[in-house]
Design a protein around this ligand. Structure first.
Ligand SMILES: Cc1ncc(COP(=O)(O)O)c(C=O)c1O
Length: 379
């Protein structure tokens, strides 16, 4: 039988289905009680004071930057190897993204490459916890020396660093609930912060800048009062349908991560001996969230180039993807800033030689064994 193992597949079932009944029956389908419940549980799980839901990690990052008042003339440091959204949000504010190289051993921003890029215009740093592995936040904090840190935790729900969950390691954490993430609400995002002033501002910014939410207004005694709008806001509200699904997904987050961890360990055991593969390494300070399992192919030793290996696996029914892209090599950024691939050599190598193999909660033992045996057979 021909196999078809997807790179990622969410686990959505009866619980999520049933959870939709309440908002559908009540008719309250935009941001309301279910979003609140999701936020409360999310804040609890990530040990932060505030969690504010929105429409995606992209809008979460945008909200965090606006809350910091990032504007034209400012610079924001971002890793060169990340999803394009990490840099795009800086441009949404009229500011300039300053790219920084990564460490190939973690695919995360290299703290040693940050210091010399800091100027008096640097107003924030966005470390990315790529593929679910937290960035080296202690070293980043040291070099940042008080510059605000926005964690791009799009891939890092449930991950932690030195016992502290992602989302509470910087001034803001920004999460994604896109279907390729460990838990999903279709699309969706969350901003976390321990700062009540930032939380209050983000609450307004995501709702057109309104000083009073629709829900408060709806239940309030003075129906004639429209809210004040003191700041320029957006409509970045999550729906209560998504909130209801989020509540159910979050209950399973640790089950999902533990299962992924078990299979990541199996991959490590089986694949680390292949000389042309570098498997992801996790030291004791980190609890990996295992959003993705990403290998680095050493093309000087491998029997085929990375892309050929991906084609061979595809032909055998195993989906793979490049880990992500080097943003400085994408046309828009390359042309806008006159960048060349070698400006960030590790990001370029990761762009050209990383390969995510399937790791998700809809795979069974046979699937994992098949992936391993197929990789071992490539010669
Ligand atoms: C590192 C990183 N940042 C940001 C995003 C954007 O997330 P969203 O699709 O929820 O906007 C992604 C999505 O893949 C991501 O991987």
């Amino acid at each position: 039988m021909k196999r078809n193992i997807y790179i990622s597949q969410p686990v959505l079932g009866e619980d999520e289905w049933q959870s939709l009944k309440e908002p559908l029956n009540s008719g309250w389908v935009t941001q309301g009680p279910k979003v609140k419940e999701f936020e409360t549980s999310f804040a609890e799980r990530h040990n932060v004071k505030h969690a504010l839901a929105c429409t995606s990690a992209t809008t979460a990052l945008h909200l965090a930057l606006i809350a910091l008042n990032i504007k034209e003339g400012d610079e924001v440091i971002v890793p060169a190897f990340t999803w394009i959204a990490t840099a795009n949000v800086v441009l949404y504010c009229g500011a300039t993204p300053i790219f920084t190289d990564i460490e190939l051993s973690t695919f995360n921003i290299d703290p040693k490459d940050i210091g010399h890029r800091i100027t008096d215009k640097t107003k924030a740093i966005i470390p990315v916890h790529l593929f679910g592995l937290c960035a080296n936040m202690d070293e980043i904090k040291e070099v940042a020396n008080g510059i605000p840190l926005i964690e791009d935790a799009a891939c890092a729900a449930g991950a932690s660093y030195k016992g502290i969950p992602a989302g509470g390691l910087g001034d803001f954490g920004c999460f994604s609930f896109h279907p390729r993430k460990s838990i999903t609400t279709g699309e969706g995002g969350m901003v976390t912060t321990n700062n009540s002033n930032y939380a209050e501002k983000i609450d307004m910014l995501r709702n057109h800048g309104a000083a009073v939410s629709e829900e408060q207004r709806h239940h309030g005694p003075k129906p004639f009062i429209l809210p004040d709008f003191n700041i320029l806001g957006f409509n970045y509200r999550m729906t209560d349908l998504q909130g209801a699904i989020g509540v159910e997904q979050l209950k399973k987050l640790d089950i999902f991560i533990n299962e992924r961890k078990k299979w990541a360990e199996y991959y490590e055991h089986e694949l680390s001996a292949i000389e042309w593969i570098a498997t992801p390494q996790v030291d004791n300070n980190y609890n990996h969230g295992w959003q993705s399992y990403v290998l680095l192919i050493d093309e000087s030793k491998s029997p085929h180039l990375r892309n050929e290996i991906m084609e061979i696996l595809q032909a055998k029914g195993i989906s793979t993807r490049p880990g992500t892209h080097a943003v400085h090599m994408l046309n828009y950024y390359k042309e806008k800033y006159g960048l060349s691939p070698d400006d960030y050599p590790n990001a370029k190598t990761a762009n050209d030689c990383s390969m995510a193999i399937p790791l998700h909660n809809r795979m069974n033992e046979e699937d994992f064994v098949y992936v391993v045996e197929t990789l071992k057979s490539i010669g």
